[in-house]
Design a protein around this ligand. Structure first.
Ligand code: SF4
Ligand code: SF4
Length: 464
């Protein structure tokens, strides 16, 4: 969210707007002039606070004639040995290693095992893997200390903090039980390897199978945001870009989490590739990150369906989070917007969800609006990319933090009475193009000044 005041907002806050013409006008102008004569300069490209002005030269004085191109190897970072000598570098390095070891052993604030594991968590590996990295991560054993021990509640809080800093949007936890939630782990992974629960102490992987020790009974589930502003350009490659980026960013998050867990002395078993390990919307719903809506995907209260959902199995004891009812599934009964705007007819128009699956691509055992995934996928070929129209037209995607939107969501969560009305309002307010077309202009996107990654990272969170 832009963190600045416009000139108008500033004047309004100062009580200087709306004072009328005549004598009152002198006051606002006088106040504005106090900030310099160029206050009204037009600033292009970067949306800056109004008191930032463009100037011809940087505030640092420069003498171009006295300047040469610089050899990077002369920086202190690279050239340090040259400046202090190898012996001094060795002395300092030994001191650093001894200090860090001592600080970790002493549990010095900011140097605890988990602080160090967070700092050293590695993310420079392409793709994701089931097993954690074999090398390159210092374990508690390597550091000569005991592994991290916390209560399940402390562990869940710690993981949430780590995951938010790695880039996850929301984080929840599911405990695995053979009769229930274990069934949400795939029997076969996307690459054909069988996922097998074992009584082994350590996880392993062969040519044909991946082995999950039963002591690893907790699943960390998280969402990664997509850009609503970008996906509203679906079905186009431009719209699909934000989906691809969410997977890319998750590679980073997964590696960080896996190596963090290893760094504090626990196992983290990740997704071998896209959509591996377990059923994402199901884990999302069980962890309370959202509800499964008519699109048969997770819809979150904070970001609607504008997320991808990921998971990791661990032996770190975690306090599970509970499923939620934010009125989303109930809202879907009246809404049906996604079904109406879906160009392939893949989505159900039934008012109630059903136990009956549409094909082998659905997993029976839960009541849902099962989709015709073959029609959906076939349409993707037609447009040359993935689609996502159903995500972009969903009222829960609308990125409105205004009180009225919060009020609507609170009402939806409380009573279904107004769901039909809210559906109509949402279509009138947000949907401008016919079914099957991008709701927003693709050329216009290139002129937007979007937040980093194209979405707000503070949405739905209080401690920012
Ligand atoms: S992705 Fe597109 S084709 Fe597939 S269900 Fe959604 S709207 Fe329909
Ligand atoms: S568009 Fe409407 S029916 Fe479809 S998932 Fe969103 S809220 Fe539910």
């Amino acid at each position: 969210m832009p963190n600045h005041l416009s000139r108008r907002e500033f004047l309004k806050d100062m009580g200087l707007l709306g004072v009328g013409v005549g004598a009152g006008v002198a006051a606002p102008l006088g106040a504005v002039e106090a900030f310099g004569e160029d206050w009204n300069d037009k600033i292009t490209l970067i949306d800056r606070p109004w008191w930032v002005k463009e100037v011809d030269q940087p505030t640092t004085e420069i003498n171009w004639e006295g300047m040469q191109r610089f050899n990077e190897r002369n920086t202190a970072r690279r050239g340090f040995p040259k400046y202090v000598g190898d012996d001094e570098v060795k002395r300092l390095s030994d001191m650093q290693a001894a200090n860090v070891k001592k600080f970790v052993a002493e549990n010095k604030p900011g140097y605890s095992l988990r602080d160090m594991a967070l700092y050293n968590a590695d993310s420079m590996v392409p793709g994701t893997t089931f097993l954690p990295p074999a090398e390159g991560i210092l374990t508690p054993e390597d550091r000569g200390v005991s592994r991290w021990e916390g209560t399940p509640e402390e562990n869940s809080t710690m993981i949430r903090a780590a995951m938010r800093s790695f880039g996850a949007a929301t984080v929840g936890f599911v405990e695995l039980y053979p009769e229930t939630t274990e069934k949400l782990i795939y029997s076969i992974d996307p690459d054909g390897k069988e996922l097998v629960f074992t009584d082994d102490e350590q996880p392993s992987e062969t040519e044909t199978s991946r082995f999950i020790p039963r002591k690893a009974r907790w699943v960390i589930v998280w969402t990664v945001q997509m850009s609503q502003e970008t996906l509203t350009r679906a079905p186009t490659p431009l719209g699909a870009m934000t989906t691809a980026m969410a997977y890319d960013r998750n590679n980073f998050i997964t590696h960080r989490l896996q190596s963090f867990l290893k760094g504090i002395g626990y196992i983290g078993l990740g997704e071998q590739g896209i959509n591996a390990l377990g059923i994402a919307p199901a884990f999302g719903a069980m962890a309370g990150l959202g509800e499964v809506g008519r699109i048969n995907r997770l819809i979150t209260p904070e970001y609607g369906p504008m997320v991808r959902v990921f998971k990791m199995v661990t032996d770190l004891p975690l306090a599970p989070t509970k499923p939620i009812d934010a009125g989303i599934l109930n809202f879907c009964k009246a809404c049906k917007t996604c079904a109406e705007y879906c160009p392939s007819g893949a989505l159900s128009f039934d008012t109630e969800p059903s136990w009956d699956v549409k094909g082998d691509w659905n997993n029976p055992g839960h009541k849902a609006w099962f989709e015709n995934s073959i029609a959906c996928r076939s349409y993707w070929y037609e447009v040359g990319t993935n689609c996502g129209i159903c995500f972009s037209v969903c009222p829960f995607s609308q990125k409105d933090k205004a009180f009225i939107h919060q009020m609507v969501q609170a009402t939806v969560a409380t009573t279904p009475l107004f769901n039909g009305f809210f559906t109509d309002m949402s279509r009138l307010s947000y949907l401008s193009k016919p079914a099957g077309e991008p709701q927003k202009d693709t050329e216009e996107w290139w002129n937007l000044d979007l937040p980093e990654m194209g979405f707000e990272t503070s949405r739905g969170h209080k401690d920012v």
